[in-house]
Write a protein that binds this ligand. Sequence first.
Ligand code: AGP
Length: 615
Amino acid sequence: MCGVVAVLGKRNASHLVIEGLKKLEYRGYDSAGIASVSQGLLQKIKSEGKLVNLINKLDRSTKDKLYFDNSIALGHTRWATHGNISLENAHPLTSYNKIAVVHNGIIENYQILKEDLISLGYNFKSQTDTEVLPHLFMKYINLGNDLLDAGRLVLKEIKGAFAFVAMSVDFPDQLFVSRNSSPLAIGLGDKANFVGSDAHSIDHLTQRIIYLEDGDHALVKINNINIFDKNYKKVKRKIINIQAEIGLVTKGGYKHFMEKEIFEQPVVLPQTTSSFVRNNSEITIDLDKLGFKNKKSLIICAAGTSYYAGMIGKYWIEQIADIPVTVDLASEYRYRKPSIFGQSSMLVISQSGESLDTLMALRYGKELGLKTNAIINVEGSTIDREVDYSLYTRVGPEIGVASTKSFTSQLVILFIIAACLGKKFNNLKTLQIQKKCHYMNMLPNAIVKMLELESQIKIIAQNIKNSKSVIFLGRGLLYPLALEGALKLKEISYIHAEGFAAGEMKHGPIALIEDDVPVIMFLLSDGNEDKSISNLQEAYSRGAKIILIADKKCIVKASFAHLKVEIPHFENEFQSLLSPILMSIPAQLLAYYVAKERGTDVDQPRNLAKSVTVE
Ligand code: AGP
């Protein structure tokens, strides 16, 4: 989603801004732009599409030194919300070529503000909500306010979730920044300061970071930064030393980040496990911190893939610990009146730690008096900072928009939580706990074996690459995986795909079956496989192309399937308990190879953002 970078006090600031924008590319965007002040003039360049278009435009302007001879610049990658993808709607948005603003989020009351500004003579060139910001700044600066006061007056007028940076030719040594719900970090340099949507976007410039808190605004100058809270009280926010520059994460020889992230799962998942399992046998999660002093039920909130992880978590926690779990889409939880009867604790799951829906659900849970916990990958993210207790997946940056290693690592933590709760509330014996820890240690090798199915999955990918629609089926622990498999495929291949609980087919979805529609089932012999095979048979009889990814026993039973992938042999209990993690691998590989066949932009699929920071 939109990315913001600003540099103040360094020569060639616009170049440094571009370097920062490159690090935000993974978030997903559809246009980009930068603005700088040079010799008293505001310069801006924008382009549609990828950043490379902006860089090419900049290169063509090298003769015009103005674009480079600057020490203040701001830049933006835009993920369209209000207004189509166009140069006019790309940021920075300006007012009379004197004020430039870059913005992430939505100004919800922009329509009424726009009408007021138009009546005052301001001319709008874009369809964006953002354009009210530069004009409001202009209005207040024209009334004699400095940048700080103008910014405060702007804040009084706007509503919504936002993070923005404003710059004016009249104050060429200052940036006004503010955040409300959307993330924003300030980087501290030597006679220079920086702003970015996240710490990573400015870690080539500094490792000293301040995260603004909600409602904060700040005046950033070359030698000092003044931060104020929502009551205009000057505040000090903690300076965090982030790890030395990790620079641009590389693909490590793979064609796409997604491919790399799939194949590195055997290496990174032990990093997840090792934070919570000691001596290969002892779980170190603090249940009191999780809000489980007594047996209570749990509410899990998340979005997208993280939500599906939550669904699997529910199955595990109820099965292993006998604790009731409710799973809710974060975007729904916030806007209904959920009952917290019997609950003491909320668990949110978010790779980025920035999904606004999930953040809002978390805040709502706090308001309701729940103890809040989060499974997150990005340390220092907004959710990490606001939640009571964080459990880190520690799988390194995930760049591909499609979640892969973050999903399996979330599952690892959920499984460990289930085991830990099982010990406390469901009489799980030490030996059983040790076995579960042992299973975690077995996972990397098992995933290596699952990855060896690659060539067989490629054949299936060839087979379904031209399908208009694909159906995924699963039962029990593999039902949420069917949903995840469908999400993965649609996200990156743009093929319409839906996941269903196998038993639900006959209640409606079976109407979708016609000749040659691929029906993909993940199946393991767990005692219920015959039921699922009957569901498959029903689809087969109506002409569907049956694709079965299953263990040997199921493959033999469902010999009618058109295409079969037999998964390697694993110990029974390990295979059935950890089936969602094991079967994630073929689901991910399938989506990846279909997308590759179709030549789509695997890592940055159309319309999608890695960090979804609007509601
Ligand atoms: C997964 O492939 C998606 N890109 C998306 O559904 C994602 O899981 C969702 O937006 C939640 O993101 P989060 O985990 O960073 O909160």
